[in-house]
Design a binder for this molecule. Structure first.
Ligand SMILES: [Fe+2]
Length: 387
């Protein structure tokens, strides 16, 4: 099987068996120490972590494994990993998993080489200026097709002192190599495939609609949505379709590449739903998109520019409809096609929670790049549309 390489936005190795190709290349570079493989307990249970570790070992690489990674990573995960990194004399980090192990691996790169606490490096406070030592290389092997963290330059960790989810950012946190190997995602259950896939779709949609001039991100976002619309239903119907699985990994990387332009109100509204009710991030996005886009079309029509309406229409056309007004319906149909049929109230969302959800969503920065300005009251009305 041919492994394809392309170098945007980082070195990407694509194809079934890409992990073995990655291992061979890394071994050829003769790293100065072992590699710390950062993963989570779920991936250990599934056998995927061991399978990747075996592939690295067979190529002649020395591997240490670190698995103390929470689904919403906390600073202790990073502190433990940094200690392990130093003790083992590691020369680099290999993140295997979804967003959490990738976030933790990136933060370990920082705390292995810099004095903590992690809150010192809070990107919101310009903390990247304290990252002044060379960082060990991070390599990323995603096992879901959604977050796209493998092409991201930041990690999100809950800091111990502030208890706040904090973005740690530095250009050198961009993984040196992202390995997109569809053999790692064929065993993902249908619901996780659908939810993570719709997260990738939402990244593309919100990036394409985000305010600002970024024609490159726009083009990538459109391409990503086209891929999700074609291949996500296929990955659900035929879980072992390597082509569909591979295309979804590409779409996830495209989504995260595109959202350098910005995201929007849907992500701001999704975040409190996950913290409050434990709703999967991608599922929250999927369920919010149709009503929140509908609400904007109906109640914010006067603020739509011709360009924004054209953009709605362009996305609708990508998924088989013709007009901007049909976009919410088209996305609802896509959700149904990938068997997302639950509703937010069924997942625990309650009318009386709306004011506080709106408060939290308003404090979230994602909506700052929404094409239409969003107030706290707007968010209450948008949430009410989801009931
Ligand atoms: Fe997302």
């Amino acid at each position: 099987m041919t492994i394809h390489q392309f170098n945007y936005p980082t070195v990407m190795l694509y194809g079934p068996g890409a992990v073995a190709e990655f291992a061979a290349r890394l071994a050829g570079n003769k790293p100065a120490g072992p590699l710390l493989l950062v993963t989570d307990p779920g991936l250990v249970r599934s056998g995927l972590a061991e399978s990747v570790a075996d592939t690295l070992s067979r190529a002649g690489l020395s591997v240490a494994i670190y698995t103390d990674v929470h689904p919403n990573p906390i600073e202790a995960d990073v502190v433990g990993g940094a200690a392990r990194f130093r003790e083992s004399g590691a020369a680099g980090l290999v993140a295997v998993g979804g967003g959490s192990p990738m976030d933790v691996a990136k933060a370990i790169a920082v705390l292995a080489t810099h004095e903590g606490p992690l809150s010192r490096f809070d990107d919101g406070k310009g903390g990247d200026r304290f990252i002044d030592q060379p960082l060990p290389p991070v390599y990323a092997i995603p096992t879901t097709a959604g977050t796209g963290s493998e092409v991201g330059r930041s990690g999100v960790i809950i800091c111990a002192d502030t208890r706040v989810k904090t973005v740690i950012f530095h250009p050198d946190l961009l993984p040196r190599i992202a390995v997109l190997d569809p053999e790692l995602t064929v065993r993902l259950p249908a619901n996780i495939t659908a939810q993570t896939g719709m997260d990738a779709f939402t990244h593309c949609l919100e990036a394409y609609l985000a305010r600002g001039f970024h024609p490159m991100a726009d083009a990538i976002a459109l391409g990503g949505m086209e891929i999700v619309a074609e291949y996500l239903p296929r990955a659900i119907e035929q879980p072992d379709d390597l082509d569909a699985r591979g295309q979804m990994l590409v779409a996830a990387s495209m989504g995260a590449t595109a959202f350098q332009k910005g995201l929007g109100v849907i992500h701001s509204m999704a975040h409190p739903l996950s913290t409050r009710y434990g709703i999967h991030h991608g599922l929250a996005n999927a369920l919010l998109m149709p009503p929140v886009l509908r609400w904007q079309l109906d109640e914010k029509r006067d603020q739509f520019t011709d360009d924004l309406l054209r953009r709605y229409q362009r996305i609708a056309q990508l998924i088989g409809r013709s007009s901007a007004d049909e976009l919410p319906r088209a996305i609802a149909d896509l959700c149904a096609e990938v068997r997302i049929s639950v509703t937010l109230p069924k997942l625990g969302m309650q009318v009386e929670d709306i004011p506080s959800l709106a408060e939290e969503a308003h404090a979230d920065i994602c909506h700052h790049s929404n094409p239409i300005a969003i107030s706290r009251d707007d968010l209450e009305r948008a949430y009410a549309h989801c009931m």
